[in-house]
Design a protein around this ligand. Structure first.
Ligand code: BYC
Ligand code: FE
Ligand code: FE
Length: 476
């Protein structure tokens, strides 16, 4: 499938053959640009940034690098190639041909899933909009903007589905996606983590490590969908998602490397004394963003998840490769569940497998996060330090699901409210920690090739360019 990139909206969905749809999307486009100008990255909009643009969906040709001003970025609509004769791979409808249109009985549910997915994309751009002013290097600044424009494209991907398949309701939802605002109590974004501030670069790296990784798992689950256009959209989004998690994992990794170095240099092993982030503070930021991201999987026991699965709308990650029983009517998932009326006591429950689908998806996510943490710990080990990062228990600091009403320590022990309050600032960033981390970033590092003191340089640059490449051109 080739892309027609000289069109107003680059696409590989034959947009020019559907004039009505093309017009509707061309009407939405200026609203998107207006949103981008007012809620997208503050500053730098007239700068030339060395960015990658998707220009088609085939593996060799889709990534094109060049200087571009962000408002001129070619946000396009790209679906992965259609798999011929694709069949639904799970649920009650397993084995039936996938749908090229929305089945009437699933219309509301699918719209809801697409809107929820779509809402996170502009939300993250809003959360990150002020970070340019405190960037630790031009390399990092460019990576931030790359993530931002791609989240903008993910919004386009969901808006295409809404316009193409959901008529007037879909068009209204597409407007709504530009109207809600991250962190605004009157019109908040839909999911919790997307209303949390990301106002320092350590939070940005943790977010792209942990929250974008929820994106990976949700997209993998939607890539299984019986609604083929959704499956194909999300499959293409996953190729971009990989870079976001790269930014997160290597971003945190570079902070870890630098912190380890400074910890060793300071006679008392305190990286803060030398202008770095100390390891215990890094652990607190990890605890925060990991637990916020765990919430994004929804409740451990969910009839919503069961019906998404039964109906063939949302599967498990890599359904075909990782599972043999694709109906999941039989099995159970053992869980420890807080007792009703007494969250301090846990009791064993056997949850019907379909009702546990959120937890099944979360399992894959937790393992994936652990692999990243292991790599950071290798750095500490190589530095000869005994400190190790740990993922806190899934019960820790939860606002969704069965543990939301209780209080739990990072190792999962039930606590009273008083015990929790006494220890909270040991486990999550305190106001003083946040002030300290921000103080390291008071001034943007804008000299080509320079790095802020609190993180290590990357081992290599972008697209085989050197680390000191001019990723963001100076103001003309
Ligand atoms: N905050 O049965 P439950 C990404 C609601 S990230 C607020 O527990 P369900 C990205 C839930 O909506 C990926 N509300 O959960 C990353 C439901 O409300 P209703 C985004 C929450 O429905 C970085 C109620 O609680 N994609 O792409 O099984 C940067 C009980 O629901 C939360 C998706 O999420 C929460 N955390 O699953 C940029 C995929 N959790 O219906 C982008 C689409 C739950 O009773 N969404 N609730 O009013 C879904 O698949 C599901 O909606 C969820 C929830 C997995 C989110
Ligand atoms: Fe995204
Ligand atoms: Fe992302």
């Amino acid at each position: 499938m080739t892309a027609i990139s000289n069109e107003k909206i680059p696409n590989n969905v034959n947009l020019s053959e559907d004039k009505k749809l093309q017009r509707a999307l061309e009407q939405w486009q200026p609203n998107f640009l207006e949103w981008w100008q007012s809620m997208g990255p503050e500053g730098f909009q007239q700068r030339d940034i060395y960015l990658r643009t998707a220009i088609s969906s085939n593996v060799e040709g889709w990534a094109h690098y060049d200087y571009v001003k962000m408002p001129d970025y070619r946000w396009g609509i790209f679906l992965s190639d259609q798999v011929p004769d694709r069949k639904i791979g799970f649920g009650d409808v397993m084995g039936e041909p996938v749908w090229q249109d929305v089945p009437g009985e699933h219309r509301n549910t699918l719209r809801r899933l697409i809107v929820t997915q779509g809402d996170t994309e502009p939300a993250s751009v809003e959360q990150q909009r002020l970070l340019g002013h405190s960037c630790p290097s031009m390399y990092d600044l460019r990576n931030l903007f790359q993530v931002n424009v791609e989240e903008g494209r993910h919004l386009w991907a969901m808006v295409y589905l809404l316009h193409r398949f959901f008529g007037r309701d879909g068009r209204e939802e597409a407007e709504g996606l530009l109207e809600r605002r991250s962190g605004n109590p009157d019109k908040p974004r839909i999911l919790g983590a997307f209303n949390e501030p990301i106002d320092d670069w350590l939070s940005f790296f943790m977010f792209t490590m942990f929250t974008d990784r929820d994106g990976k798992y949700q997209l993998l689950a939607l890539a299984e969908s019986g609604f083929d256009p959704l499956a194909r959209s999300t499959r293409f989004m996953l190729t971009e998602e990989a870079h976001h998690m790269f930014v997160g994992e290597t971003g945190v990794g570079r902070v870890v490397a630098r912190s380890a170095e400074l910890t060793k240099q300071d006679p008392n092993g305190d990286a803060r004394k030398l202008g770095g982030v100390d390891l215990p503070t890094l652990q607190k930021y990890l605890n925060l963003w990991y637990s916020l991201s765990l919430d994004l999987f929804g409740s451990e026991i969910s009839t919503n998840a069961a019906s998404f699965f039964a109906a063939g709308l949302k599967g498990r990650a890599n359904e075909d490769k990782h599972y043999t029983d694709h109906k999941a009517i039989e099995g159970v998932y053992p869980m420890e569940v807080p007792k009703t009326g007494n969250a301090m006591q846990l009791e064993k429950h056997e949850v019907a497998m379909r009702n546990a689908m959120n937890e099944v998806l979360r399992d894959g996510y937790v393992d994936d996060c652990q692999r990243g943490v292991d790599r950071w710990n290798k750095t500490l080990e190589a530095a000869g330090l005994s400190f190790r990062f740990v993922l806190p228990s899934r019960r820790f600091h939860r606002a969704q699901g069965i543990f939301a009403t209780g209080f739990f320590s990072p190792d999962g022990a039930p606590l009273s409210k008083e015990q929790w309050e006494a220890k909270q600032s040991d486990w999550l960033p305190s106001a003083a920690d946040k002030t300290y981390v921000k103080s390291l970033q008071a001034k943007a590092v804008v000299e080509q090739g320079k790095m802020a003191n609190w993180l290590a340089p990357p081992p290599k640059g972008v697209n085989a360019k050197p680390v000191d490449f001019e990723y963001v051109r100076a103001e003309a």
